[in-house]
Design a protein around this ligand. Structure first.
Ligand code: HEM
Length: 484
């Protein structure tokens, strides 16, 4: 037998059938690369003893694993053979060991649970011997035909490939079957598993039988097993792509089919599969947004609420308008309190009661946005000056906040000032969307600081401000070092 699913489907069913079969086969393995990398990334935190990854972190670690396997695969057959052998030996030795330990000393059930419902659930679905058989056979004996996709790189494939497949099915499939059986017979609380109350029955069973100490070595074992699957999936998909390219059946066939230098290795196809699985991983990620605001905006774009440029613009606005401004208010406000210790003492007499007015006064004295820009759409008359259409106008909010016609003693910092009609959040239809949030955040921050710290002092000789104030209108210190 030479060649794998694509070649055989083409030989037996004709060109079109071969193409359809090969195409789905190639994508199955490519998606496999993405999903195995993602799964492997999820195993790292418990192994390293760190907090579980967020979806974003797991996705990016998954992408790093795809890059790694692509580079490894590009190093050539010797490295590939070595890595695969190492992983397989670890997997086989570990699985057999585990199976024997479980079967000999931690068996909880008899073999009859394979054919009976074992009282696991009162319902008639799922737990039947037939279902179990399908699950085991489908899971255990799939994928071993993939070795055939390397037919052209093996000497005398007609003799060697069937041997490899028989070895794979009987040895590796057998080992998987044995360890699955051992695990199944050792499950401590089968009804709980059947009711879906145990999230990871395999790990749970092993920990129950062998103690938590064994869980880490077992995780290493699973990782190695998946590493072997990852390498194999990547190799197979790249070989199917190369066969397609040789038959001129994919775009850019001429580019893909070329082997670099004296190499007999389809490096370009390996890189392409790496790139395709990364795209699969990232698009799965963008289709599964979290509950944060950026994910909400991304979901809005998918639903057609925003165009792509609108979504990006809203995301940047929220990020800059929502984060930098409040951060700047708290920083500048703290500086004001350092310069006016009497007002800090006053705030400390009633932090919760005075925080609200104190924040308004910080906003008045030090508006995070010093000014706002507008473009005129028509001629505008303002204070007996005509501003022509299509001109740019800057309104300086900081100046308005110190207008002596509105504020008494505008230059003094007074946290009991009331009313305090500053314009630091703008006005009209563009009045700040996050004003309430910014107020709340700053009130909480200042009240908490006042409750905890008696006095702050500046721990740097001067304060430097970001230079681009007239571009972004942000009055933002580069840093504020304080001592207490
Ligand atoms: C101390 C904190 C803040 C200050 C001083 C501030 C200031 C301003 C000002 C002056 C404007 C009007 C801009 C204009 O008319 O061109 C504005 C608009 C806006 N702010 Fe804030 N902001 C703050 C916090 C926030 C927060 C926390 C958010 C969101 C979470 C936010 C979101 C926005 C948005 C989306 C707009 C645009 C509204 C529109 O154009 O309709 N801001 N902000």
């Amino acid at each position: 037998m030479e060649g794998g699913s694509y070649q055989w489907a083409r030989r037996l069913g004709g060109r079109n059938f071969g193409w359809a079969a090969g195409w789905s086969y190639m994508w199955t393995w490519t998606i496999g690369v993405a999903s195995v990398s993602y799964f492997m990334a999820g195993l790292l935190p418990p192994l390293l003893g760190i907090d579980p990854f967020t979806v974003t972190q797991q996705t990016f670690v998954g992408v790093a694993l795809i890059v790694l396997v692509t580079l490894l695969n590009m190093l050539g057959p010797t490295v590939l053979k070595l890595v695969t052998r190492l992983c397989l030996v670890a997997e086989v030795v570990g699985s057999v060991f585990l199976a024997f330990v479980l079967l000999l000393s931690h068996r909880e059930h008899s073999l009859s649970i394979l054919t009976e419902r074992a009282g696991a659930t009162p319902h008639d679905f799922a737990w039947s011997g037939l279902f179990l058989a399908i699950a085991l056979i489908g899971y255990t004996f799939s994928g071993y035909e993939s070795a055939c996709s390397m037919a052209e790189e093996i000497k005398d494939p007609a003799r060697h490939l069937p041997k490899i497949m028989i070895y794979a099915v009987f040895a590796l499939g057998g080992v998987t079957l044995l360890s699955s059986l051992a695990l199944l017979l050792a499950v401590p609380d089968l009804p709980k598993v059947m009711l879906g109350q145990v999230t990871d029955p395999a790990a749970d069973t092993i920990v129950a039988a062998l103690g938590a100490g064994i869980a880490k070595p077992f995780l290493v074992l699973i990782l190695l097993a998946f590493a072997a699957t990852l390498v194999a999936s990547h190799t197979t998909a790249s070989r199917v792509l190369w066969s397609f390219a040789r038959d001129g059946a994919v775009p850019a066939s001429e580019f893909l089919v070329r082997l670099s230098g004296r190499s007999t290795y389809p490096i370009r196809c390996l890189a392409t599969i790496g790139a395709l699985s990364t795209v699969v991983m990232l698009s799965a990620f963008s289709n599964n947004p979290g509950e944060d605001i950026l994910s909400l905006i991304a979901a809005g774009e998918k639903k057609g609420v925003y165009t792509r440029p609108q979504a990006i613009s809203v995301a940047i606005t929220i990020l800059l308008a929502g984060h930098e401004t409040t951060l700047t208010l708290i920083t500048n406000g703290l500086r004001l309190f350092i310069q006016h210790p009497d007002q800090w003492d006053l705030l400390r007499t009633d932090p919760d009661g005075l925080a609200q007015k104190a924040v308004e006064e910080c906003l008045r004295m030090e508006p995070s946005l010093v000014g706002i820009g507008r473009c005129t759409t028509r001629d505008v008359e303002l204070s007996s000056t005509v501003i022509p259409a299509d001109d740019v106008v800057y309104g300086i909010l900081a100046t308005a906040n110190r207008d002596p016609r509105v504020f008494e003693a505008p230059e003094s910092f007074d946290i009991t000032r009331f009313p305090n009609r500053h314009v630091s959040f703008g006005g009209g239809i563009h009045h700040c969307l996050g004003a309430a949030l910014a107020r709340l955040e700053s009130q909480i921050a200042f009240a908490a600081l006042a409750k905890r710290f008696e006095r702050f002092e500046l721990a740097q000789p001067t304060i430097d401000y970001l230079p681009d104030m007239f571009v972004h209108f942000m009055h933002q210190p580069t840093e504020l070092n304080v001592a207490w």
